[in-house]
Design a protein around this ligand. Structure first.
Ligand SMILES: Cc1ncc(COP(=O)(O)O)c(C=O)c1O
Length: 481
């Protein structure tokens, strides 16, 4: 006895699952975006003590069709604009099925030759996509936060004295890392966990386009060094989370090189736009970075999770992550083999490269670049609508596919605008026609929209203005703002 089904049953369940997937892409895609249920309502169909006896898979799948799909936010739908959430792609669904079926574990080469070689290939392709040297090494991790953490670990390892591995940071000069005020929160977490300390993550002010002030960057490094600290790394952002701003990477590289610091680029979101003729110039200098993070699960349309670290000198990865206990000494064939466990913190991980490879192989760079171009056009369309619609204000330049705006009707005070925009953001979730999230720009609450889903049409973009106007009207009429 084992846990497998008969071949006939297996086929039937795959067909039943295929029906669920088809239903999602036909009937469910344009249903209300946020399911509109309370936590109790979501849990209710599943809430039971651990079952001792199993249920026939066909019935389990029926529950998936109704209650799992029912409790999901329609992230993949055309009117989801929240955070930086891609809509995935259908070719990758097949990849995920095969990946689960093969259950490869690429800690060592011989435990999954195909997953290892494909991951190396995908790292090369992603590097080529953004114009990074194809000789770089890397790994595919679960997300940009883990990826940034891994890259700062590489930077720290390379910039600290060798004794750090054994003795830790005790007795060393405090290390400092530099990023703009718009840097992603994963850096705050990383410096905390790496023992560098949040105080030593220097947040450099930005200019009116939300790009790092490189004059202040250089000054901060010099002052820290004079104060007896140990500057180790400068981070450039290629597409900030808030507004999509791209730092002056050429200037940052110049400063990093001049000061002999590690130069890391967080291109988790914006990186793929380096491949577009219209935006390529913004990304000049990325090719010189010592390390780069880029998330295929954002703007390369790959479903979660897939975030790449790219490191120019492969040896730097090995130096940071290689650790060989007895139970991992496997084969000794004399053949040149790469064990990916030497390139990353995790040992066991899923066959993530398959879905990235299938996406790039099925659609090709040309088609993906076209999709990115369309996303940027959608952002431009919304930005120009915002600029001409009564009461709407564009709150930041929109160089990529993120648009920040607020609604402030004539005569409204700053306080009223604050309250109104917070209420609109909450009302949008419950309304369900569209989904967006808020942020703060220059201390003001704003609505923020991100286009990284080719299913979004210009009509969906226009709906944003309609829904906001509609809901804002209700709020001010009821004088709740
Ligand atoms: C610039 C940037 N870096 C890092 C991250 C973190 O990526 P993840 O959400 O995959 O952890 C994000 C997420 O939006 C991001 O925008």
């Amino acid at each position: 006895m084992n846990l497998d089904f008969t071949p006939e049953e297996l086929r039937r369940f795959i067909d039943q699952t295929a029906d669920i997937i088809e239903e999602i892409y036909t009937e469910k895609l344009t249903r209300r975006v946020f399911a509109g249920m309370s936590p109790d309502q979501v849990l209710q169909p599943f809430d039971e003590d651990l079952p001792n006896e199993g249920l026939y898979l066909s019935e389990v799948l029926e529950k998936v069709r109704t209650d799992v799909v029912g409790g999901a936010t329609m992230n993949i739908g055309p009117r989801y604009f929240g955070y930086i959430t891609g809509g995935g792609n259908q070719a990758a669904i097949m990849a995920e099925m095969v990946s689960a079926a093969l259950n490869q574990n690429n800690l060592k080469w011989h435990s999954s030759p195909i997953s290892t070689e494909m991951e190396k290939l995908v790292i090369r392709w992603v590097s080529q996509f953004i114009g990074y040297p194809k000789t770089a090494a890397g790994a595919i991790l679960d997300g940009g936060s883990t990826a940034n953490f891994n890259c700062l670990a590489v930077a720290r390892k390379n910039m600290a004295p060798e004794s750090m591995s054994d003795k830790g940071l005790y007795g060393l000069k405090p290390m400092t890392i530099y990023v703009s005020e718009e840097g992603h929160s994963s850096f705050d977490k990383a410096v905390d966990m790496l023992g560098i300390g949040k105080k030593y993550l220097r947040k450099i002010p930005v200019d009116s386009s939300f790009r790092i002030r490189t004059d202040l960057l250089k000054k901060a490094i010099i002052e820290d060094r004079e104060a007896g600290l140990n500057p180790i790394c400068v981070i450039g952002i290629a597409g900030t989370t808030n507004t999509g701003a791209v730092d002056d990477l050429v200037k940052i590289e110049e400063i990093a090189k001049g000061e002999r610091l590690w130069y890391h680029v967080d291109a988790a979101y914006g990186g793929p736009a380096a491949a577009l003729a219209s935006t390529a110039s913004l990304f000049q200098g990325i090719e010189k970075a010592d390390s780069v993070v880029i998330n295929p699960h954002k703007w390369l349309y790959v479903p979660f999770e897939a975030a790449c670290i790219l490191v120019k000198e492969p040896e730097n990865l090995r130096k940071t992550f290689s650790h060989l206990p007895d139970y991992l000494i496997g084969e000794d064939t004399g053949e040149e083999r790469t064990d990916l466990m030497e390139y990353q913190l995790p040992l066991t991980k899923s066959f993530k490269s398959l879905k990235v490879w299938m996406t790039l192989k099925t659609f090709g760079k040309k088609r993906i670049v076209e999709m990115i171009g369309q996303d940027i056009d959608k952002a431009r369309h919304l930005a120009s609508m915002v600029e001409s619609a009564p009461g709407f204000e564009l709150m930041a330049p929109a160089p990529l596919s993120i648009v920040c705006f607020r609604y402030k009707p004539a005569g409204a005070s700053e306080d009223e605008a604050e309250r109104l925009n917070k209420r609109i953001i909450a009302a949008i979730e419950q309304d369900g026609r569209i989904f967006l999230t808020g942020t703060r720009i220059d201390g003001k609450t704003v609505m923020r929209v991100c286009f990284i889903n080719p299913r979004t049409t210009l009509r969906d973009v226009e709906l944003i203005i309609e829904v906001v106007t509609d809901l804002a009207g209700d709020i001010s009429v009821s004088k709740e703002a």
